[in-house]
Design a protein around this ligand. Structure first.
Ligand SMILES: Cc1cc2nc3c(=O)[nH]c(=O)nc-3n(C[C@H](O)[C@H](O)[C@H](O)COP(=O)(O)O)c2cc1C
Length: 198
């Protein structure tokens, strides 16, 4: 099994970065090789340009997008790690979806509607919010953040198994609760991946 981690948080001193550290540790523990696509460090260009659009219409992509598509194709497990911004992804990750998950590569439209083309992959999504679970529930944002990424992106492109965990009120929880959350990140990855026998 190979994993690709999509990471979108500009600061190292953040809960999101700690989730990345724990994810990598759990993958290493299970003997799974992985690539980290740290979109800010890569200075990923997230704007879908007229040139990108034209290329997709002609069945090609630019070299930076081709490289990302190869990495995704090669991975059995996709892990996405990001903070919730405006009840969605940071724009740099949203732009990654716009540019990399292209029509013809990640999905295509057929007579009966869209069909995902990325079968055989599993996905884990770790997010965090400032708002508490109760505050989010009151407004339906708990369901919204899950549905957008799980149904709207990962199931849409054909991933077979998708798990999303949001860690709420991360800026306000006690140190103990924070440790428990980070342990849950590691345990989730560990439960998801089958250890490679040595
Ligand atoms: C641009 C921006 C938008 C944000 N939007 C939301 C939001 O919609 N809901 C929310 O609960 N928190 C929101 N936050 C707070 C972040 O989710 C919070 O800072 C993050 O979960 C803490 O994790 P970190 O330590 O990795 O930054 C936003 C923060 C920023 C910078």
């Amino acid at each position: 099994m190979k994993a690709t981690i999509l990471f979108a948080q500009p600061g190292e001193n953040s809960f999101t970065h700690e989730m990345l550290v724990r994810t990598k540790a759990a993958l290493e523990q299970a003997g799974i090789s992985y690539n980290v696509r740290d979109l800010y460090k890569m200075n990923f260009q997230p704007v879908l340009s007229p040139d990108d659009m034209e290329r997709v219409e002609n069945g090609s992509v630019s070299s930076d997008i081709g490289e990302e598509q190869e990495l995704l194709t090669d991975a059995d497990l996709l892990v996405m790690i990001y903070p919730i911004w405006w009840w969605s992804q940071p724009a740099i990750l949203k732009g990654y979806f716009d540019r990399v998950l292209t029509h013809g590569y990640a999905f295509r439209y057929e007579e009966n509607g869209p069909v995902g083309l990325m079968h055989g992959k599993q996905a884990i999504v770790f997010t965090c919010t400032r708002e508490s679970e109760a505050e989010m529930k009151k407004d339906g944002f708990d369901t919204l953040i899950k549905k957008q990424i799980v149904d709207g992106v990962l199931s849409f492109i054909g991933c077979d198994r998708v798990v999303h965990k949001n860690f709420a009120a991360v800026s306000e929880v006690t140190d103990q609760k924070r440790s428990e959350m980070l342990r849950e990140v590691e345990e989730t990855v560990a439960q998801f991946v089958t250890p490679v026998p040595v």
